[in-house]
Design a protein around this ligand. Structure first.
Ligand code: NAD
Length: 487
C-alpha cells in the first residue's frame, strides 16, 4: 500500500494571493486509504474578516464594469481553469474519494456552469413600463447585493461552488467562499487558476476552516449581504436564523430524500438503470439522488432483480484505479452513520438483498472508507431509511398498489428536493409532476440537473433557486425608477 506524503497549505486565497491562516489546522484525508496527506491551516475570524474586506474593496470596480465585460473577464479566467483540468481531476479524487471519471464530470460541469452565466451576461434585459402617467415612464434597475458568502459541502466541492459564483459574479457581486473542512484543496487551486486567468484580485476569495469557526464568522460578518449555502438541513436552519440579524439575504440548498416512482407501464430496464445510477453515483453522496424507490407491485420483482444485479456488478475500488465505478465514502464517520442507519432499519423490518457491509477485498485498502452497494426491500414506512436522509450507497425499495399510494408515500417526507416518475402514460406523469412536493420532477429521465432550469428544494430541502436565469434574482436587488419628462 502507498504511503501518503504530508503537504502543508497556508489555507486561504485572499486578494489574489495565498494567505497564511491563523486558525487550527485541518487534516485532509485520502478516503481510499484513510491516510492524511495534507494539513491546511483553518481560517480564524480575523482571517475571514480580511477576506471579506478584500471582497468589499474590490466591489466598486467589479460592479461598475459593464455586465458583458464581467462576462468576458470570467470567460477568459474559465478557459485558464479548463486548461488545467488534468491537474484538478486527480486532486479532487484524492481529497474527495470519487472516481477520476466522476471528478472529470464534476469539474467539466463546474466550468460549464460558469460559462452558462458568461453567456447570459449578454442576454440580460430588464423591465420598462411606459405611460405610468402622462409623460411618466418606469423602469426597474437591478443592482448587485455586495459581498456574498458561499458555503459549500464536500460532496461536489466545485460544481456547488460554481452554482453560486457564476450568478454572483455576473450580477456584479464579489465573493468569499468557504469549502468544507475536508475538501479545501481543489477549491483553493480553482481560485488560484481563476486569478491567474485574469479575474481581478479580491473578486473571488477562499477561506478554509471548520463550519463552527470560519463558517460562523462568515455568516455573522456585518459586511456580508448574502449567504449562499449548500449543506445539511440543520446547519441551513441555523444559518437562516443567524442571517435574520442584518436581514441578510440567504439561499439554502439542503438535504433531500428524493422519491422515484416506477409504474407498471414503464420501461422497466431503463428505470432500473436510472435508479442504480441515481443511487450509487458519487457513492450515493449527492443531495439529488434516488433515496426512496416506490414500484408498482405487479412489476416489482423484475425491477428489484435488475437493480440488485446492477448493485452486485458495480466495481467498488479506489477512485484512481482503472475500472472503478464506485469509490469509497468520503469519511469514516459518514460510512459508520450509514451502516448504523441500515442496521437500525433492518432491526425494524424489511429484507437486505445485497450489501449492508463495509467493502473488503484484495483491491480495497483495509483503512479505506468503503461501503458496498446496498438494497433493502419493504422496510417499515417509519424506519430510519424511510424518514431520514440516506447519504450513501443504500437504496430502500417499497412495493405500492398504485400511483395514488406512491405519491402519498413520496410526499410523506420533510424533504422536497428532487423526484422522478417512470411511466409511458404522459397523463399519469403530468398528474404526478403536479402533485409531488419537490423542486424538480424528472419524467422517464435520469436525474440530471440543467443550468437552463431553476433548481431548489421545497419544505426542509431549501429556500431560493440556483441555476436558470432565476438564480440572478437571488444575487440582485431591484429598484423601481420613475422618470417624468416634465411635461
Ligand atoms: P454540512 O451542513 O455539515 O456542511 C456544509 C458546509 O457548511 C461546510 O462547508 C461546513 O464547514 C459548513 N458549516 C457547518 N457548520 C456551520 C456553521 N455552524 N456555520 C457556518 N457554516 C457551517 O453538510 P455536509 O454534511 O458537509 O454535506 C452534506 C449535506 O449537504 C447533505 O444533507 C446533502 O443533502 C446536502 N447537499 C445539498 C445540496 C443541494 O443542492 N440541495 C447539494 C449537495 C449537498
Amino acid at each position: 500500500m502507498s504511503t501518503e506524503t504530508l503537504t502543508s497549505y497556508a489555507g486561504s486565497f485572499i486578494a489574489g494571493a495565498e494567505h497564511a491562516n491563523g486558525g487550527a489546522p485541518l487534516a485532509v484525508t485520502n478516503p481510499a486509504n484513510g491516510q492524511v496527506f495534507a494539513s491546511v491551516a483553518g481560517a480564524s475570524a480575523a482571517d475571514v474578516d480580511l477576506a471579506v474586506r478584500a471582497a468589499a474593496d474590490s466591489l466598486p470596480a467589479w460592479s461598475s464594469l459593464a455586465v458583458s465585460r464581467r462576462g468576458a473577464v470570467l470567460a477568459r479566467a474559465c478557459r485558464h481553469v479548463e486548461d488545467h483540468l488534468d491537474e484538478l481531476i486527480p486532486l479532487l479524487t484524492r481529497e474527495q474519494g470519487k472516481t477520476l471519471r466522476d471528478s472529470r464530470i464534476e469539474l467539466t460541469k463546474a466550468v460549464d456552469t460558469l460559462m452558462h452565466y458568461v453567456g447570459l451576461s449578454k442576454a440580460l434585459r430588464g423591465a420598462h413600463t411606459p405611460g405610468l402617467d402622462p409623460g411618466v415612464d418606469g423602469y426597474v434597475l437591478r443592482r448587485p447585493l455586495g459581498v456574498v458568502g458561499a458555503i459549500v459541502p464536500w460532496n461536489f466541492p466545485t460544481t456547488l461552488l460554481s452554482n453560486k459564483l457564476a450568478p454572483a459574479l455576473i450580477a456584479g457581486n464579489t465573493v468569499v467562499a468557504k469549502p468544507a473542512g475536508t475538501t479545501p484543496l481543489t477549491t483553493l487551486r480553482f481560485a488560484e487558476l481563476l486569478s491567474e486567468g485574469g479575474l481581478p484580485d479580491g473578486v473571488f476569495n477562499v477561506v478554509t476552516g471548520s463550519g463552527g469557526e470560519a463558517g460562523d464568522a462568515l455568516v455573522r460578518h456585518p459586511l456580508i449581504r448574502k449567504i449562499a449555502f449548500t449543506g445539511s438541513t440543520p446547519v441551513g436552519e441555523r444559518i437562516m436564523a443567524l442571517c435574520a440579524t442584518g436581514v441578510k439575504r440567504v439561499t439554502l440548498e439542503l438535504g433531500g430524500s428524493d422519491p422515484m416512482i416506477i409504474c407498471d407501464d414503464a420501461d422497466l430496464l431503463a428505470a432500473a438503470s436510472a435508479a442504480s445510477m441515481g443511487r450509487f453515483y458519487n457513492c450515493g453522496q449527492a443531495c439529488l439522488a434516488i433515496k426512496r424507490l416506490y414500484v408498482f407491485e405487479s412489476v416489482a420483482d423484475e425491477v428489484i432483480d435488475a437493480i440488485v444485479g446492477k448493485a452486485r456488478r458495480l466495481k467498488v475500488g479506489p477512485g484512481d484505479a482503472e475500472g472503478t465505478q464506485m469509490g469509497p465514502m468520503h469519511t469514516a464517520g459518514g460510512r459508520d452513520e450509514l451502516a448504523g442507519q441500515v442496521s437500525r432499519t433492518l432491526a425494524t423490518g424489511g429484507s437486505l438483498l445485497v450489501g449492508g457491509e463495509p467493502g473488503c477485498g484484495p483491491d480495497l485498502a483495509a483503512d479505506g472508507f468503503f461501503y458496498m452497494p446496498t438494497v433493502v426491500v419493504d422496510p417499515p414506512h417509519d424506519s430510519p431509511m424511510a424518514v431520514e436522509e440516506v447519504f450513501g450507497p443504500a437504496l430502500p425499495i417499497w412495493r405500492v398498489r398504485d400511483l395514488d399510494e406512491a405519491i402519498a408515500r413520496a410526499n410523506a417526507s420533510i424533504f422536497g428536493l428532487g423526484s422522478s416518475v417512470w411511466t409511458r402514460d404522459l397523463g399519469r406523469a403530468r398528474k404526478a409532476a403536479e402533485r409531488i412536493e419537490a423542486g424538480y420532477t424528472w419524467i422517464n429521465s435520469r436525474t440530471k440537473v440543467y443550468d437552463e432550469l431553476p433548481f431548489g428544494g421545497w419544505k426542509s430541502s431549501g429556500y431560493g433557486k440556483e441555476h436558470g436565469e432565476e438564480a440572478l434574482d437571488y444575487y440582485t436587488e431591484s429598484k423601481s425608477v420613475v422618470v417624468s419628462s416634465g411635461a
